[in-house]
Design a protein around this ligand. Structure first.
Ligand SMILES: [Zn+2]
Length: 324
């Protein structure tokens, strides 16, 4: 009898542990957990809430001074773009309350919920424009104030093919395969960041690969940081891996087309892990490598640093063993 009862309970526990309940009032639930919504933006598919990362201090030892943790109102999924903390909503609840996933799921269920079915979009999907050269040609060279805002030059943008969506005031960052064929692009606005098409396989190519000339290269996460390095006149060819994860295909492109690499991925947990992975995997395969020297400069990526600090970090790039 007791045994039957136990097994029944654990069966339901299992269901709850694998469910992904999402509060119908997500900002309210966040408030109950002591997580303050700083701002809410309207995304294509759902609203997104910017919050101070609730686990940032535990994970990094530092306060989240420049919050970049987003919670999707529709799915409850969250991600901190700074420390990489991410997961389904119940995980945020479990960590915030210090309980296990079953208890967290129950807490969410008590707040009033909707269940998420990942296989069925809850809203009509916005029609996507065809991703052709003809559509890309409708975008224009970035205007002076946009360039100034990011310290980019028109010439560097032209070299990388970076354009501007004047209607929405967004950067248009083409994604091309090594042969030059257009695969899609990224749209980057003040509160919008989107890959077109969704799920485009960026890991097979490098932003700026066509500029590699057999000389020294630098690898950054963000395409616009690659454009910044060229805008500053730094004599390396910067390419972007579109993120902290660098694929073997991307490293093969670098190996074939450069004499050495300065690894300048972001100065955060994901970037440092990516940098060390790249070094461990590819130094033995014959790519000379140095690490971009963030030193004590404030800033988590080149775009976040002063021009003089970017130049200095590049000029004093170091071997892994020689930290300065
Ligand atoms: Zn964080």
């Amino acid at each position: 009898m007791a045994r039957t009862r136990t097994s029944r309970i654990s069966g339901w526990d299992l269901v709850e542990a694998h469910s992904n309940p999402v509060p119908s009032n997500l900002p309210g639930a966040l408030a109950d957990l002591g997580v303050t919504v700083i701002r809410t933006t309207t995304g294509v598919e759902a609203d997104e809430h910017l919050v101070r990362c609730p686990q940032h201090e535990q994970r990094t030892g530092k306060r989240d001074r420049r919050p970049s943790c987003w919670v999707n109102d529709e799915t409850g999924a969250f991600i901190c773009f700074s420390c990489g903390y991410s997961g389904p909503f119940v995980e945020l609840v479990a960590d915030a309350l210090g309980v296990d996933r079953v208890q967290a799921a129950r807490w969410v269920l008590r707040t009033g919920t909707r269940r998420v079915r990942e296989d069925r979009p809850t809203r009509a999907v916005e029609p996507q424009p065809a991703l052709t050269e003809a559509v890309l040609a409708l975008y224009v060279p970035p205007p002076a104030e946009a360039l100034a805002d990011r310290r980019l030059t028109a010439a560097a943008c032209a070299d990388y093919g970076v354009l501007w969506d004047a209607a929405h005031r967004r950067w248009i960052i083409p994604i091309r395969c090594v042969s030059g064929r257009l695969m899609g692009w990224q749209e980057k606005g003040r509160h919008v960041f989107r890959n077109r098409p969704t799920g485009v396989k960026k890991s097979q190519t490098l932003f700026g690969a066509h500029l590699l000339d057999g000389g020294p290269a630098a690898l950054v996460e963000s395409p616009l940081d690659a454009v910044l390095i060229r805008s500053l006149g730094i004599p390396v060819t910067a390419v972007s891996s579109y993120g902290a994860f660098v694929s073997d295909a991307q490293m093969r492109i670098i190996k074939r087309n450069s004499s050495g690499l300065i690894v300048a991925l972001d100065n955060d947990i994901a970037g440092i892990k990516g940098r060390d992975d790249v070094y461990t995997r590819w130094r033995p395969r014959g790519i000379p490598m140095l690490f971009f020297n963030y030193g004590s400069a404030a800033g988590k990526d080149p775009g976040d640093m002063r021009d003089t600090d970017v130049r200095r970090a590049m000029e004093t790039a170091h071997l892994p063993s020689r930290k300065r």
